[in-house]
Design a protein around this ligand. Structure first.
Ligand SMILES: C[S@@+](CC[C@H](N)C(=O)[O-])C[C@H]1O[C@@H](n2cnc3c(N)ncnc32)[C@H](O)[C@@H]1O
Length: 391
């Protein structure tokens, strides 16, 4: 590790708990060497092109970080001193705006606001000394450069976040339904679910269609972040020609969907259907999508031979009002909904299909009435959920 970004890059991809192995597979598919699988992080070794490729091509990741300095800090002065010794001025221009975030934990550096403050002082003072008194500004909302301070007890790692805006922000979903899944989680669920990317995909409670759009990109091997901006573009090391070449290579890997491939969504909230239709029209017009605005229980025939993936409401309320995740408001409603979902999935399985359901409701599997063939623990924000796979 050095401070001036070598051609050989040792970095890490951050992700949600439970998706680490998915990330390792995604890195391998992108021809990036995995060196270690950690907790909510997967470590890799690659070159600059690989960092660009990871940012554009990873589906289930949150960010791609490059460590630039590791040290021990038992107090805030040591933290400042080490930040001050870092060659920030060799990484980005004084005209760039910066944001600093902290993750991990340290019993010596408990006050994360103060950690941010001291690292910021180190950055600012480095520039002031070396750039005729000028300093970069802090911008929390839309920064050019994103610094992450990782705390692991007394061990501190300063990282450049090469992604900037988290990687689940693909750009296609500006508005959404009532309780949308984040794109990285939807992609991770598809990877864990056993869906082969060839079977038609359906979601009987599709909201704004996150599973279906992520499924479309997976089925056609379309890199999810091909067109967006990244923080690596604001670094001195940025090489637009390499970026363009990687973009082009990923574009040329896009394939046609298999014959007969279809996306089918059912959703009873009209507002969510409108959002989904708009995303389809504006971002994925070539996707063979069919949407029914209705209760899935009223469907005469579920699509034949499909893979059903869904996250039904699970009855968690915000402040006691309506459920934030749909509108199954009482335990009786939930029971009925999951029982009827079980019937729906049984019919799909009888027709040769498979299914996966994400839910935080502890009675989900029992009420659906099917024995899961596999089960994974995942987190939707802070909410612990089960991914139940019925293959
Ligand atoms: C947790 S949200 C799903 C979010 C979706 N995965 C997305 O990313 O936008 C649950 C959705 O199920 C819908 N829903 C609830 N009961 C339904 C039913 N019986 N038939 C169809 N849709 C239903 C709700 O309107 C809500 O949009």
């Amino acid at each position: 590790m050095t401070e001036s970004e070598p051609e050989q890059q040792n970095g890490l991809v951050t992700c949600r708990a439970g998706l680490e192995r998915v990330i390792a597979d995604e890195l391998k598919e992108l021809a990036i060497e995995v060196t270690r699988i950690g907790t909510r992080a997967v470590f890799f070794r690659t070159d600059r092109a690989g960092v660009y490729r990871a940012n554009m091509g990873l589906r289930s990741a949150l960010s791609v970080l490059l460590p630039i300095r590791r040290f021990n800090a038992r107090n805030y002065d040591m933290l400042y001193f080490q930040s001050r010794k870092t060659f920030w001025h060799k990484m980005f221009s004084v005209d760039r705006t910066v944001r600093i975030d902290v993750n991990g934990g340290s019993s010596q550096l408990r006050n994360t606001q103060y950690v941010v403050h001291r690292v910021k002082d180190g950055i600012v003072d480095t520039f002031r000394k070396l750039c005729e008194g000028k300093r970069p500004s802090i911008d929390k909302r839309d920064p050019d450069v994103h610094v992450v301070v990782h705390l692991d007890g007394p061990r501190v790692t300063l990282c450049l976040d090469t992604s900037g805006v988290p990687l689940f922000k693909r750009g296609y979903r500006v508005e959404h339904g009532e309780a949308p899944l984040k794109e990285d989680l939807a992609a991770g669920i598809l990877a864990l679910s056993g869906w082969d990317g060839r079977m038609p995909l359906c979601d009987p409670m599709c909201g704004a269609g996150t599973f279906l759009f992520e499924g479309w990109m997976r089925a056609t091997r379309r890199a999810p972040n091909l067109e967006r901006r990244f923080a690596f573009e604001s670094l001195f090391s940025y090489d637009p020609a390499t970026h363009a070449a990687e973009q082009e290579a990923l574009r040329s890997g896009i394939i046609d969907p298999p014959t007969g491939f279809e996306l089918f969504g059912c959703e009873r909230a009209p507002a969510a259907v409108r959002v989904m239709e708009r995303i389809h029209r504006e971002h994925f017009p070539e996707a063979p999508l069919r949407v029914e605005e209705m209760d899935f229980r009223a469907l005469q025939t579920p699509p034949v031979g499909c893979f059903a993936v869904t996250n039904p409401p699970y009855g968690r309320r915000l402040g006691g009002g309506r459920s934030p995740d749909g509108d199954a408001d009482s335990r009786g409603d939930l029971n009925r909904l999951y029982r009827d979902l079980g019937c729906h999935l049984r019919r799909i399985r009888q027709d040769g299909g498979s299914a996966a359901v994400l839910s935080a409701w502890e009675d989900a599997a029992r009420t659906i009435g099917l024995e899961p063939t596999r089960r994974f623990t995942l987190y939707n924000g802070a909410i612990r959920c089960d991914l139940l796979c019925f293959s």
